[in-house]
Design a protein around this ligand. Structure first.
Ligand code: HEC
Length: 240
């Protein structure tokens, strides 16, 4: 008996040592690296910043729901250099009354940079958006020392506000259909509805679930697999 107890104690001690050793070895193999970013990413949540910028829509998308009053707020950032009312004085920057549709550098007598005057074409939605997002990229060498409005919503709002400061404001562009994910399909679906959608609604439709429930009984034709579940016969399904 005495001997037996010692043997048992020995094995328990041995097992403990093995377990401890295992933990140490495993620990060094599976050393947990501290993740760069703590927390779990949540699928489908767009982060602001680098990722969000990629997902930016064309400016027409934001213009479609632009808010002139909010644009007036944004324009406070421009007021240090610009007036916008008709006949307003030029400051560091030119008066901005009725700019759309005019050539770059539209105020006669203002000393524009060659950089801006040299940009071909007239001010349109796309051009104004690119300009306000990053003036230096739009007209390298411009005198407008303004960093730019990176937020497309701010840009659209201030663009709508500028547009309102004119004898003949342009209609705001409609949201481009193709750029809104899902909109194209929605449109196709609604067109399909118009063309006989009513009829299709009343016809029986076999959903995937129903097809699965029915098993192979619903699969007909030459290509249908001749599968019989174990324990059932190949007899035709009973009539209802
Ligand atoms: C630090 C002063 C400054 C600020 C702030 C500023 N601008 Fe300008 N802006 C200028 C100057 C200077 C020019 C002329 C640029 C050139 O000739 O290269 C200009 C030109 C423009 C033009 C071109 C006008 C034309 O006749 O072609 C537009 C449009 C414009 N600014 C809009 C804005 C808007 C909108 C804001 C605010 C979001 C803004 N600017 C902020 C100084 C400024």
């Amino acid at each position: 008996m005495q001997d037996n107890n010692n043997t048992i104690a020995g094995w328990v001690l041995f097992a403990g040592i093995v377990a401890l050793g295992g933990t140490l070895v495993a620990g060094s193999y599976f050393a947990a690296e501290r993740p760069e970013k703590m927390g779990y990413p949540i699928e489908g949540v767009v982060e602001e910043g680098a990722g969000g910028a990629e997902a930016e829509q064309p400016i027409e998308f934001y213009l479609a729901s632009a808010d002139v009053a909010k644009g007036a707020e944004v324009f406070k950032k421009c007021q240090a250099c610009h007036t916008v009312d008709q006949g307003g004085a030029n400051g560091l920057g030119p008066n901005l009354w009725a700019t759309y549709g005019k050539p770059h550098g539209h105020v006669a007598g203002f000393a524009y940079s060659d950089a801006l005057k040299g940009v071909p074409g007239n001010w349109d939605w796309k051009g104004m958006s690119d300009w306000l997002a990053n003036p230096k990229a739009y007209a390298p060498g411009t005198k407008m020392t303004f960093a730019g409005l990176s937020n497309p919503v701010d840009r659209a709002n201030v663009m709508a506000f500028l547009n309102s400061k004119s004898d003949a404001p342009l209609p705001l562009p409609a949201a481009p259909v193709a750029s809104t994910p899902g909109a194209a399909e929605d449109k196709a679906a609604s067109e399909a509805d118009d063309a006989g959608g009513q009829k299709a609604e009343n016809e029986p439709v076999l959903t995937e679930q129903e097809a699965l429930k029915g098993g192979t009984a619903n699969i007909r034709g030459e290509g249908a697999p001749k599968v019989t579940a174990p324990g059932t016969t190949a007899a035709p399904a009973p009539k209802q």
